[in-house]
Design a protein around this ligand. Structure first.
Ligand code: ZN
Ligand code: ZN
Ligand code: ZN
Length: 198
């Protein structure tokens, strides 16, 4: 009977032992195609070297972050993450992270942005495509940075998001606030009222 070919196959202790021994004694299968022989492999290990799966060569142990894993060396890791950032760390990816952490999606973001005329809800700073506006939410529902999605309010620029946060803390200490017409404060009060109702 062949073991290990079916998912969930139960291996006998004997078979496990055999596999363990063969794994120790032989050059790993992924190295065979690079023409590395078993003798060469163990000679390199004895010399304190480790195979880098990125550079496809043996390198000194200290080049690696973790001596026990078959990962690329530090330099390759740096290169790979730089490449990853270049290809993936785009404004739309950053936005998708923000939206995910607020339990909502791109569709909601776009309709909200259109509703606000492509501007921050408080200072009316025009939104550029490169940045993602902050998703403001009711801290009474979700205390921290993330939100459940149900308590999301409007989209704010970074400055207004911070300001509103401070203002809401101060508001807890006030009996009533009267804002001068036409000021940011007046807008903030109206904004909070608007989302209290809905
Ligand atoms: Zn390397
Ligand atoms: Zn703003
Ligand atoms: Zn919530």
């Amino acid at each position: 009977m062949k073991y290990g070919h079916r998912k969930g196959a139960i291996l006998s202790e004997e078979t496990k032992d055999k596999l363990r021994k063969s794994a120790v004694a032989r050059v790993p299968a992924r190295l065979i195609r690079f023409g590395i022989t078993t003798e060469e492999y163990f000679a390199k290990l004895a010399a304190g070297l480790k195979w880098c799966c990125y550079h496809k060569k043996f390198e000194a142990q200290e080049n690696f972050r973790d001596a026990n894993r078959t990962d690329p060396c530090r330099e390759a890791n740096r290169m790979l993450s730089r490449e990853w950032r270049r290809d993936n760390w785009t404004p739309s990816y950053r936005r998708s992270l923000v939206l995910k952490s607020h339990g909502t999606d791109q569709q909601w973001y776009e309709s909200k942005l259109a509703e606000q005329g492509n501007r921050c809800a408080l200072c009316e700073k025009v939104h550029s495509d490169k940045e993602c506006l902050c998703v403001d939410h009711d801290k009474k529902c979700c205390k921290h940075i993330k939100s459940c999605g149900k308590c999301n309010r409007g989209l704010l620029c970074h400055v207004c998001n911070k300001r509103l946060g401070y203002f809401e803390v101060l508001l807890k200490m006030a009996q009533s606030v009267t804002a001068i017409p036409g000021t940011w404060l007046e807008k903030a009060i109206a904004y909070l009222e608007q989302y209290k109702e809905s």
